[in-house]
Design a protein around this ligand. Structure first.
Ligand code: SF4
Length: 205
């Protein structure tokens, strides 16, 4: 007899804030079907060990509460620090900035992988914007934007391409970077591989 195939369901959690009704439903479904729950390092909620044949029903139930899921071609969800809502060092409301980014780019179709983004509300950088593909770090003098950072076995600090930027400029920069990455990428690649491209649209500042 073949073994039952298990899959994971990744629920996107914008800004790392999980609505209580989705949390309650995930809890109940995990109990009902014996699933695991993993809160990922990029602030998603992963239901693990889901029998493949019930995955569509579980997704449907969560989707009815407004949940969305990780999938190919979707705009990346930024990793977001606590921000002004909870941290007295913050100089911006990171949740509000995250929402502005999602409002502008969240419905973009066919976004190529593997670009990650991070937003930090001050230079302490709890969400690691300097080692992320696109990193936004708020300062008292405006945003600094870093590109091409990464972790892993060969970590790299991103190149700073803007400082003193306001929100409008940051949104323009994100749009340009995502469009450039999409244009230059066949299937997937990290941003750092594009920094030396002769058409890369930003200089280091
Ligand atoms: S990056 Fe700054 S604002 Fe954000 S949680 Fe850390 S200390 Fe607070």
């Amino acid at each position: 007899m073949s073994e039952e195939k298990k899959v994971n369901i990744i629920v996107l959690v914008p800004a790392g804030r999980l609505p209580l009704d989705i949390m309650a439903a995930a809890h109940r479904l995990a109990e009902q079907y014996g699933l695991g729950v993993y809160l990922t390092t990029v602030q998603n909620l992963r239901l693990t060990g889901v029998p493949q044949e019930i995955a569509p029903a579980i997704k449907k139930e969560l989707a009815s509460l407004g949940a969305t899921f990780k999938g190919p071609g979707k705009f990346l969800l930024p990793k977001v620090c606590a921000g002004a809502e909870q941290c007295n060092l913050a100089v911006i409301d990171t949740v509000a900035m995250n929402q502005k980014i999602l409002d502008k780019f969240g419905d973009l179709p066919n976004v190529k992988a593997k670009v990650k983004m991070a937003i930090s509300g001050c230079p302490i950088s709890c969400s690691n914007p300097k080692i992320t593909d696109i990193g936004l770090m708020a300062t008292k003098k405006g945003y600094e934007v870093f590109v091409g950072g990464k972790g892993g076995p060969s970590p790299k600090i991103g190149k700073r391409i803007a400082k003193g930027a306001d929100e409008e400029r940051v949104l323009e920069i994100i749009g340009e970077l995502v469009a450039f990455h999409n244009r230059k990428t066949e299937k997937k690649q990290r941003m750092f591989t594009l920094l030396e491209d002769s058409e890369f649209p930003f200089a280091e500042v």
